[in-house]
Design a binder for this molecule. Structure first.
Ligand SMILES: [Zn+2]
Ligand SMILES: [Zn+2]
Length: 314
């Protein structure tokens, strides 16, 4: 852990650093000298994180620094919450996949989360996550998935849909470092205990917010085939080496049993999208297990936490 400028962050690999903001990670990638100038910010964390992100950037790259671009793995509010604040400070281009752009230009909202998937209290809270589309029209650039991102010439863009339609991961072949986004997690994103304490456990994408499981499974297989030696996810600590290799093998082999919820709105009935946004959302189904868990977890906890969680997620 590195502590500087009143913020704590960590090194992922040479030229790559990350910071945990409540329950989401952001990353900074510095290009090797002579390759391309400067550094790039990957994702922007939940709301109210801009000051911390700027402090981390200045600790690494000097006072007054700014990235040459911001890259979004996807547009969910826990990864774009501070985007508009950062863009007031840094006038830089923002890259996203074509299929995420409707949710970043005010045109469409993501499909609703599924609080019935179980796994912990974060699933229940998912209904509080903001689905309001961010609107950064005029600043967004579509990623050319073949050519990659000009500001990150050594990194490959890997399309990893499922958790969201245009989800991407970033891969550096040079030392097989992977920035996975939410294609998989290294903690249990549904469990507040795991998430807040950063407890390590390989898992699929956050269950409550994944509306297309067949695509999510293929995406995990794509990433496992890259055989990364370092994986830095959106949720959970960095995983490396043999531990990562075994964890990814286990995740791909047992994806249906371990990562896909037993039941849920999108299980067996994925949402569908096109370049303008959502085309089909399956109907909401309440199951008995969900009702029991929701009752036990209690509206008591819900009511106390709602005020705090609303601040965090919106
Ligand atoms: Zn997400
Ligand atoms: Zn996320």
């Amino acid at each position: 852990m590195i502590k500087k400028n009143n913020v704590s962050f960590f090194q992922v690999a040479q030229g790559v650093w990350g910071m945990k903001l409540t329950f989401v990670n952001i990353y900074m990638i510095a290009n090797r000298r002579g390759v391309a100038k400067g550094w790039v910010l990957v994702d922007t964390g939940p709301k109210h994180s801009a000051d911390k992100i700027i402090a981390m950037a200045e600790a690494l790259f000097g006072v007054g620094t700014r990235p040459s671009a911001i890259v979004l793995t996807h547009g969910h509010s826990d990864h774009t919450g501070s985007l508009e604040d950062l863009l007031k400070h840094w006038k830089v281009p923002v890259y996203a996949h074509k299929l995420e752009i409707p949710y970043l230009t005010g045109r469409a909202s993501y499909p609703p989360p599924d609080p019935t998937v179980g796994g912990g209290v974060m699933s229940l809270f998912s209904v509080l996550f903001s689905r309001k589309p961010v609107d950064i029209k005029g600043k967004i650039k579509e990623i050319d998935t073949d050519e990659g991102i000009p500001e990150l010439p050594e990194w490959k863009v890997i399309e990893t849909p499922g958790h969201s339609p245009g989800h991407i991961s970033l891969f550096l072949p040079l030392n097989t470092t992977l920035i996975a986004g939410d294609a998989f997690s290294t903690t249990k994103p549904e469990s507040a205990i795991y998430v807040l304490n950063y407890i390590k456990k390989i898992s699929g994408p956050p269950m409550y917010f994944t509306p297309d499981w067949p695509s999510a499974k293929r995406s995990v297989e794509t990433l496992a085939n890259l055989q990364p030696r370092i994986a830095a996810p959106g949720h959970g600590p960095v995983m490396r080496g043999r531990e990562l290799q075994l964890a990814l093998a286990d995740l791909t082999e047992n994806f249906d049993e371990k990562s896909v919820p037993d039941s849920g709105r999108y299980v067996g009935d994925p949402a569908r999208y096109d370049e303008n946004g959502l085309v089909y959302v399956p109907p909401f189904k309440v199951n008995h297990k969900f009702l029991a868990i929701a009752a036990v977890t209690g509206l008591a906890v819900g009511l106390i936490a709602t005020a705090g969680a609303k601040k965090l997620f919106n």
